[in-house]
Design a protein around this ligand. Structure first.
Ligand code: ADE
Length: 231
């Protein structure tokens, strides 16, 4: 799967994709990440990409022309499953959207900055507007790293153990149950004996029970009505 990311500060994204799982996935050719510097499409001697907003008010707006040129050039070369704009006023990103995006082959991601982007870019090109939460970041780059990481780990082969991504929190609308590793006892705190029993059926039951209990306590909104009704 290929991610083309348009940014005015692509350097911000150098590190997140240079390590660990994402780097290995890139080396294996399972994902490709292209960082595109919007300034290359800016106008004038200073490669201007932002300007004051019509109607007045604080904050600069990313101009329509550089973004249109950049997006149009990319679209003329590739077929995109989605052209995504990362913005705090987008639809809230969740695991379901990550699952959906992981089925695609090529996505374009536009990182917003300043006060936002000229509405005409949104009208002309954007197919999906996503927010990673109800707070405002300085720009969309960190949100882009979140998006790419969460989608990439769902692509077959990216995780060493392919069942791992399927047992993450939010898959099945449940938070993940507690996990433990060696030693089995630490400063008087013991690992629940069932996890040491070797009985897969009992271990699965224990994990489900704890996942449901944790979700009821912390995120009851995720649970289906029938599970809550069991109380
Ligand atoms: N850009 C600034 N804040 C953001 C957010 N919460 N989600 C996505 N992009 C953003």
């Amino acid at each position: 799967m290929t991610f083309d990311i348009i940014s005015v500060v692509p350097e911000l994204l150098d590190s997140p994709f240079q390590h660990s799982i994402l780097m290995r996935a890139r080396k294996q050719g399972l994902i490709e990440i292209n960082l595109i510097d919007l300034r290359a499409y800016g106008s004038g001697p200073h490669n201007q990409v932002d300007d004051y907003q019509y109607g007045g008010g604080a904050g600069m707006v990313m101009m329509v022309e550089p973004l249109d040129k950049c997006i149009s050039e990319l679209k003329s070369k590739h077929q995109y499953d989605q052209v995504i704009f990362l913005t705090p006023d987008g639809q809230t990103y969740n695991q379901q959207t990550a699952n959906q995006l992981s089925l695609g082959e090529h996505v374009m991601i536009i990182c917003g900055h300043y006060k936002g982007i000229d509405q005409r870019v949104r009208d002309m090109h954007i197919t999906m507007e996503l927010s990673i939460g109800d707070y405002v970041l300085s720009g969309g780059e960190i949100a882009a790293a979140v998006l790419v990481d969460s989608v990439a780990r769902l692509i077959p082969g990216v995780m060493n153990d392919c069942s791992s991504a399927l047992t993450d929190s939010y898959q099945d609308n449940l938070l993940a149950p507690p996990v433990y590793t060696r030693p089995s006892e630490y400063k008087g705190h013991e690992v629940p004996p069932i996890l040491l029993s070797g009985n897969d059926r009992l271990i699965d039951e224990w994990r489900l029970d704890h996942a449901v209990a944790k979700t009821k306590e912390l995120r009851p909104d995720l649970l289906a009505d029938d599970l809550l009704a069991d109380d």
